[in-house]
Design a protein around this ligand. Structure first.
Ligand SMILES: *Cc1c(COP(=O)(O)O)cnc(C)c1O
Length: 405
């Protein structure tokens, strides 16, 4: 089988011969039923029946594998889990009802009162709220550091540190952390490293290969890629994932089979989409960098990005999301946003539809001026998640506002 040369080469996955990422994204995890269906079936059933009382007893005790109840055993969800595990190169995956449920389940599974978690300051806003507002109530202590400053991570470690948590690249400034170096640091202190890989997906970055212990996903974003459903997942080793499975099984933040099926369909085109997003974003970033009304473009694919070399080393692409700073502060940024006709003005991303937002007054609007300044969210900053529309239409969309500045 041959693929475009910019697609990812063959990958080793446990228990299978070497298959390419695109092959796994299309075929991993599906065992045909006796109906010989070609597309993956949806199993919209809450429970399953047994041939005998003895079989039911064995399955309840876990002595015999098989489906029991869809909170913890559903064939469509399992197909999604096995496929994503294969793509990330993990031993096992547990699917969850949302990306936030994936993070919550990870903490419930692995941490207890008194444990500390070090979190990059530039993670998804709800992730910070989850730690500060809810998990802190149960005695899990978060400490925040700058994503790209390894010395700060190291200084924040105490004997109680159990987990390091980061998103790379960051939203919207595209700051990176060296995942291999952070994993080495975590392991030297007996802690786990979890990477939220939502922005690049395994098509463009495989954190487990770089030494991370856990990969967290909001499947809502690029795994679906078409803005249709909410879901999440955690991928890693059997040992930790068995504990996560216990949490999802008992506490119940499970993925619905309908959503699992949507994500399976999304995964089939994941590599194609992510490389196409990256190509468009790269061309857009280079073009924007040459525009007189633009002060700065934050995109890890640009030579001007301070961590471009690291991005090239640990990523197979640069993704769809960029931050652009226009001259003239908030008024100018709003003018650019309000003059778009094709792009969607929304705080969401991870879609074939291009989205544009003003982080300072939306996604980061609840921060104090000081917090915003320290996070580098300036008044003229616009975030664009470049979709798959015709690139010239997207450029024209921005040019309409940029001309007026
Ligand atoms: C959206 C998002 C989440 C949360 O995922 P939901 O599916 O919305 O719960 C977590 N991390 C990142 C980076 C996200 O963009």
């Amino acid at each position: 089988m041959s693929f475009d040369d910019d697609l990812t080469p063959g990958l080793e996955t446990p228990g299978s011969e070497t298959l390419g990422l695109e092959t796994l994204a299309i075929r991993a995890g599906h065992e045909r039923t006796h109906e010989q269906e070609h597309a993956e079936p949806i199993f919209p059933t809450s429970s399953f029946v047994y041939g005998s009382a003895a079989e039911a007893a064995r399955k309840f005790k876990g002595e015999e594998p098989g489906n029991v109840y869809s909170r913890f055993t559903n064939p469509t969800v399992r197909t999604f889990e096995q496929r994503l595990a294969a793509l990330e190169g993990g031993e096992r995956c547990v699917a969850t009802s949302s990306g936030m449920a994936a993070i919550l389940s990870t903490v419930l599974a692995l941490l207890k009162a008194g444990d500390e978690v070090i979190v990059s300051r530039s993670v998804f806003g709800s992730t910070i709220a989850l730690f500060d507002k809810y998990l802190a109530k149960f005695g899990v202590v978060p400490r925040y550091v700058e994503l790209n400053d390894l010395a700060q991570w190291e200084a924040a470690i105490t004997p109680n540190t159990k987990l390091l948590f980061a998103e790379t690249p960051s939203n919207p400034l595209n700051e990176l952390v060296d995942v291999a170096a952070l994993a080495e640091l975590a392991h030297r202190h007996g802690a786990w490293l979890a990477i939220d890989n939502c922005f690049l997906t395994p098509a463009l970055q495989r954190p487990l290969d770089l030494g991370a212990d856990l990969v967290i996903h909001s499947a809502t974003k690029y795994l679906d890629g078409q803005g249709r459903a909410i879901g999440g997942a955690v991928v890693g080793r059997n040992e930790e994932l068995e504990q996560l499975y216990g949490v999802v099984r008992t506490c119940g933040p499970c993925m619905s089979p309908f959503n699992a099926w949507i994500f399976l369909k999304g995964l089939e085109t994941l590599s194609l989409r992510m490389h196409a997003h990256s190509r468009s974003a790269q061309a857009m970033a280079e073009w924007l960098e040459s525009q007189p009304a633009i002060e700065r473009v934050h995109y890890s694919g640009l030579e001007s990005h301070p961590q471009h070399a690291l991005a090239k080393r640990q990523q197979q692409g640069f993704g769809a999301v960029m931050g652009i700073e226009v001259k003239g502060g908030q008024a100018a940024a709003w003018k650019v946003i309000d003059n778009t006709r094709v792009m969607s003005i929304t705080g969401n991303l991870g879609d074939v539809k291009t989205t544009i937002t003003h982080p300072g007054t939306t996604t980061h609007g609840r921060l104090t001026d000081e917090q915003r300044a320290s996070a580098g969210i300036r008044d003229g900053l616009i975030r664009i998640a470049v979709g798959l529309e015709t690139l010239d239409d997207l450029k024209a969309d921005l040019e309409r506002g940029l001309r007026l500045l």
